[in-house]
Design a protein around this ligand. Sequence first.
Ligand SMILES: [Zn+2]
Ligand SMILES: [Zn+2]
Length: 343
Amino acid sequence: MLAAKIPKKETVIVVEEPKPVPGKGEVLIKMKASALCRSDLHRYHGTQIFDEDESAANITPGHEPCGIVDALGEGVENIKIGDRVAVYLGLGCGRCPHCLRGDVMLCSEFKCIGFEANGAHADYMTIPAENCLPLPDEMDYITGALATDVGGTLYTACKRIGLSGTQTVVIIGCGPMGSGGILIAKGFGARVIAVDTDEARLAMALDLGADEVINPIKEDGTARVKELTGGAGADAAIVTAGGNIPLNSALNSIRPRGTVALIAESNSATIDPSNQFVRTLIDLKGCWYFNRSDWEEISSFIMNKPIELKKICSSTYPISQAAEAFPLFDSGKVQKVVFTWDE
Ligand SMILES: [Zn+2]
Ligand SMILES: [Zn+2]
């Protein structure tokens, strides 16, 4: 089978390797769609976000997969060959309170497929049976892949900030996560103000349903949000761009008692606790992926609204062209790039 590897910085190769054999409690997935993610680019650029050693060069990237169950390991029940599934990215101990309640990424033994275990940018992968997320019959594979990290994370963020149809939410950053956020927040019925410095992304934000867009290079973004909300500030913000400015823009754009969901990863930021939190009673919520037991709710929401997640898929590639797909995605000129398999 073919598998993509990142043997060294900014180098992607596709290798032929043996099809993996599912062990006890595992299933073999024949891949149908596997989305590239900004966190893949940390491996691509050699700026790891998880603990990794040199053996990571042999690990297949890819953590947003969707496919068909192709073989069962010993002891697997409740899953059949031919089942259509998306894949949950977290591997945990299976026994701790976090694993038992489905927050696998909080497990002290958490490992992520595509980083510390072979991932999905390959013809096949093996995963524990409990990582199979059943795909609704009507959901296509690309939507299934996008419904995991993008759909699941943004749905969870919208729930964590208590978003509703009476509220205005500011979405900071209109890359793939922010764009997914626009679709999901509109699904919650909220009024959406999208913020980005790239005009092409803002045009797409409008196409995805954003009610207003702001380019903070051209105008004072915080002042514009206040103006659009009668001087009050937005009820909530979702931060999908990393670093100091996006987080501060969010904190400064919302009303007292508002809520900020922080999705973007970064290692430091400078804030003003007194003026941004203490005297505003603002809540800041960290949002990372989703609870495994929420999948049915997430996938139903996407199908029933419906949320057209596929609109954020800019390009598809066969896995054999992984070396071309990575630089295109890295250019930032596209939204999601997804590997697909026709057969
Ligand atoms: Zn991802
Ligand atoms: Zn655990």
